[in-house]
Design a protein around this ligand. Structure first.
Ligand code: SOE
Length: 398
């Protein structure tokens, strides 16, 4: 594994847990973790359960005791590490988004296609596909239970930098992250919309906004909740804080997407609502063990959204865990990802989502950024000229 921050911790938990809850044809061997700081990476190896530590990802990739490289680093290093690993004949699991540009993603897809000939397999870590309620949503769509998709309404709402004093971190640096809310969390809902519907976005119209353009420089190492800040030093935010975009779907439906880190009160709210010609589905990750299903064939007098508690052994993955009603959490989808990957490697089967799936998401992100940069598609509305209720606010800032 390369990287040992938030995603490295989640992936390590998954590799440790997968063989203890699922019957696997191969046993994951947590051989080595790589990171630049020797003291920190050795401490991480001890804490997370890795046998060894390296300070160079190239050294890790070259090791004979490494068959699979799990990339848990910021997006600016995904392409270099994945291509080197695939060329060395290693399988690759790469965190999302696949890359920081379409060009990099295309290079990774080419490397994955070339490596497939020698048996190396590659996949990208859109883990929310492996939440049982999302799997159930896809099953209902695939079985035609909501008919033709007319609308997809997808949001990914967080609020961890709504405070202007929240310090800079790598996720706010375009050079490291590639984009802001768009690539970090928007990528997830683009993948989910395409995965659940089985359709792809054919075009977008977008706006991006950066509400806070200067932030304190974090005193400690960057991270989601970096603590403290150096006295008064500030730096620029070079990514979007929020992305809002419309899309058309390949099946003829319309979609709206929102990804923001400024939705006070929403901590990790991934919301997906799909309206079809025969019914609707609604999911909210903040209530992740539940799927709401509206079957339009119900007689009006008893019609309503059915609240399905997705914790039966018949539901995807759930049977390996707890009895009905006990529920799963954020980390379980990472374990499901590890389980499916080990089974795919043993069966020499292409894991999903593939790098090509990751490239398709990257193409949407790129189209969103190009659309947002092109104001020619924007139609201005003349400002209110008379005393209307929408005039400038009379409330003075406290
Ligand atoms: C931060 O926005 C983040 O950690 C994302 O980078 C992850 O992909 C998501 O699973 C949780 O939120």
């Amino acid at each position: 594994m390369v990287g040992y921050a938030f995603m490295g911790v989640a992936h390590s938990h998954a590799w440790r847990t997968a063989p203890r809850f699922f019957d696997l044809p191969l046993a994951p061997d947590m051989a080595v973790v790589a990171g630049r700081d020797e003291r920190a990476v050795r401490a991480a190896a001890d804490r997370l359960g890795w046998r060894d530590a390296e300070t160079s990802w190239k050294a890790l990739v070259a090791r004979d005791d490494v068959d699979l490289v799990d990339i848990c680093t910021p997006g600016d290093t995904h392409a270099d590490i994945a291509v080197a690993a695939l060329e060395a004949g290693k399988h690759v699991l790469c965190e999302k988004p696949l890359a920081n540009s379409v060009e990099e993603a295309e290079t990774m897809v080419r490397a994955a296609e070339a490596a497939r000939a020698s048996g190396a397999l590659a996949t990208v870590g859109f883990t929310y596909r492996r939440v049982p309620a999302v799997q159930l949503a896809k099953r209902l769509v695939d079985e035609g239970r909501i008919g033709t998709v007319r609308h997809v309404r997808a949001q990914y709402l967080q609020d961890w930098i709504a405070d202007p004093q929240a310090p800079l971190s790598w996720r706010l640096d375009r050079a490291k992250a590639g984009s802001g809310a768009l690539g970090d969390i928007g990528a997830h809902v683009v993948d989910l919309a395409q995965f659940v519907t089985g359709e792809h976005l054919t075009g977008v119209s977008a706006v991006l906004e950066t509400f806070v353009r200067e932030r304190p420089v974090a005193a400690s190492s960057a991270g989601l909740s970096a603590t403290g800040s150096s006295g008064g030093e500030t730096g620029p935010v070079t990514v979007d804080d929020a992305a809002v975009f419309l899309a058309r779907l390949s099946g003829g439906g319309l979609a709206t997407f929102e990804a923001t880190r400024f939705a006070y009160g929403r901590k990790n709210a991934i919301r997906l609502e799909i309206n079809g010609s025969a019914g609707s589905l609604a999911f909210d990750f903040e209530d992740m063990n539940v799927l709401h299903y509206f079957d339009a064939s119900q007689p009006a007098w008893e019609a309503g959204f059915r609240r399905i508690v997705v914790t039966e052994p018949e539901h995807a993955y759930v049977g390996a865990w707890w009895p009905a009603g006990h529920g799963l959490g954020y980390e379980h989808a990472f374990t499901h990802q590890a389980v499916d990957l080990v089974r795919d490697v043993a069966a020499h089967r292409q894991p999903r989502p593939s790098f090509a799936d990751g490239l398709q998401v990257q193409r949407v992100l790129d189209a969103v950024e190009r659309s947002a940069a092109d104001r020619s598609t924007w139609t201005d509305v003349p400002a209110p000229t008379t005393d209307t209720s929408t005039g400038t606010s009379t409330r003075t800032e406290a």
